[in-house]
Every structure is written in structure tokens, then in C-alpha cells.
Design a protein around this ligand. Structure first.
Ligand code: SF4
Ligand code: MG
Length: 288
């Protein structure tokens, strides 16, 4: 059976602002999944609170919209329950780098076989544009006319210093490149982190196509670039002039969390099947 991109269309109409980068990100995701012939019924996406989270019912897959900052543990739970699914955690820069930062660290460290899509639009957009740690220091934002006073944090460098097994950077308005990166992340056996610079024409007018054409460069156009060198990848994200997009780092030599579990070594079944064989009536009564 061949999967069509339209199989991922939802009956619900998106409510994002015109020109929002979430449209292109969803298109790239649907394109990647359909081209790999993965069906909607084999796909699970967890969604955070935020504008990207408002896309939870706009794509036809299994999904769960959780509390702010908790998209990653939800994705991890779904993955550990049934590894036959292709799993994504959809999270914004607010949820990822504020409320849920601990989850990002542990997902990378544990190397769960999931893909984390960070929609980085440099603000808490759903709540009308408050500053996040990715908003440039001093940029006036809602409730902060003089901008946030704290120092900036280079999120790419921070993530790469955690030694992820897959790290890529993308621009929302280049859905073809993003789709190729997502396909590679699905094929990667481990935790893939894709940081997407997402245009938000309502509250962040930074990531315009004009900005991208002058300030981004595809890493695969850099002669001799070696995506197996963590030192090289960290070097590439030291400054944002230019910002490199594409797969900056990949390491296939590290075992996933599940593959490291000695007690699951020879198990052929999934936890979701095993739990069906347990009588949990007594346990449920305990919570009634
Ligand atoms: Fe998209 Fe920004 Fe509008 Fe949210 S506020 S829907 S991120 S354009
Ligand atoms: Mg945001």
C-alpha cells in the first residue's frame, strides 16, 4: 500500500495566523512520512501547549496534547510502549527551553528513539509574544518594553554539548530541506533533535525569507564538512553569521535506551501487548 501525503490531512482547519511557519512545518512532516510510506496509524505525535500545539488536531495521526513543557516525556512513553510507531515530540522554544528543559536533557542522554521537533519562533506566541530565552536580549516584547535583561544562551551549542546522536537545524520556510532532515531523523535509530527557526509574522519578524537568504547557509554546501565530528559541529554553531542549516551532527554508534535494557534483550513483544495480558482490575479499583 502506498501512502499519500493527503492521508495525513485532518478535517480540521488550522487556526494559525496567515504566513505562520507552522503551515510549512506540518507540510514537511507529512511529506517525509508519506515518502517513507509510513501510515498515519503507525505515527504518534505529542504536542505541547503553544501555537504549535494548536496543530494537534490538524494532522491525521495518533496524538496527545499534554501540559506545557511535557511533550517529550509523552513521546518517550509512547515509544517505550510500542516501538512499532514512528514517534515525534512537537514542542516550542518556550516549552522546550523553559518548562521542559530537563526532559530535553534526559531524552538526549538516554537516546530514546524519537524525533524532537523544536518550533523555535523566539517567543511565547500563544500568550501574545512574551520573551523566551531564545528572544534576543533587549528586544522589546509584550510586557517587556526594554526587552529581557538576562544574558543570551546559544541553544545549538547547549544541545550539542549534551552530545546528541542526531542534531539538525532547519528553517520553516524551506520545507524541502526540513522534510529531508525529518526523513533522516526517522531512519536514525536514536534521539533526533531538529531545531527549526520558525517564522512568526505576528510576534517575531526576525526569521523572514530575506533574513534567511542573507544569513543562513546549508551545511552540506560546505566543502569537506564532516557531520560525524562533534567538535566541528560545535564550532559551526559558535556564531550566527551565518547560521548553518542541515544535519550538523550524527552518531550511529551509541545504543538507544531500549537496546541498552538487559532485561528486554530477547523480548520480541511490545509493552503495549504485554500489559493486555495482565489483570489490572484490582489496580484500577485502588484509584476509584
Ligand atoms: Fe504562528 Fe506566531 Fe500566529 Fe502563533 S502567533 S499562529 S506562531 S504566526
Ligand atoms: Mg515559541
Amino acid at each position: 500500500m502506498s501512502v499519500n501525503i493527503a492521508d495525513y490531512n485532518s478535517v480540521n482547519t488550522p487556526t494559525w495566523c496567515p504566513g505562520c511557519g507552522n503551515f510549512a512545518i506540518h507540510t514537511a512532516l507529512k511529506k517525509a512520512l508519506s515518502e517513507l510510506n509510513i501510515t498515519p496509524s503507525e505515527t504518534f505525535i505529542s504536542f505541547d501547549i503553544g501555537c504549535n500545539g494548536n496543530g494537534a488536531d490538524k494532522i491525521n495521526t495518533y496524538g496527545f496534547k499534554g501540559l506545557h513543557g511535557r511533550a517529550i516525556p509523552l513521546a518517550v512513553g509512547a515509544h517505550l510502549a510500542n516501538r512499532n510507531f514512528t514517534i515525534f515530540a512537537n514542542i516550542g522554544d518556550g516549552g522546550c527551553f523553559h518548562e521542559g528543559l530537563d526532559h530535553l536533557i534526559h531524552a538526549i542522554r538516554s537516546n530514546y528513539n524519537i524525533t524532537i521537533l523544536i518550533h523555535n519562533n523566539q517567543n511565547f506566541a500563544l500568550t501574545t509574544g512574551q520573551a523566551t530565552l531564545t528572544t534576543p536580549k533587549g528586544k522589546p516584547m509584550y510586557g517587556l518594553p526594554f526587552g529581557r535583561p538576562e544574558r543570551d544562551l546559544n541553544t545549538s551549542q547547549f544541545i550539542l554539548n549534551l552530545h546528541p546522536t542526531f542534531y539538525a537545524k532547519a528553517y520553516s520556510q524551506d520545507p524541502l530541506q526540513l522534510s529531508d532532515i525529518i526523513k533522516a531523523s526517522i531512519e536514525h535509530n536514536g534521539c533526533s533533535v531538529i531545531e527549526i527557526m520558525q517564522i512568526c509574522p505576528t510576534y517575531n519578524r526576525e526569521f523572514t525569507p530575506e533574513w534567511a537568504s542573507q544569513n543562513t547557509k546549508k551545511v552540506n554546501t560546505v566543502e569537506g564538512y564532516d557531520s560525524s565530528s562533534i567538535e566541528k559541529a560545535i564550532e559551526m554553531v559558535k556564531t550566527d553569521s551565518p547560521t548553518y542549516t542541515g544535519i550538523l551532527y550524527k552518531d550511529s554508534s551509541i545504543k538507544t535506551f531500549y537496546d541498552s535494557l538487559e532485561n528486554r534483550k530477547d523480548t520480541k513483544t511490545e509493552l503495549v501487548d504485554e500489559v493486555k495480558r495482565q489483570d489490572i482490575k484490582k489496580l484500577l479499583r485502588f484509584f476509584q
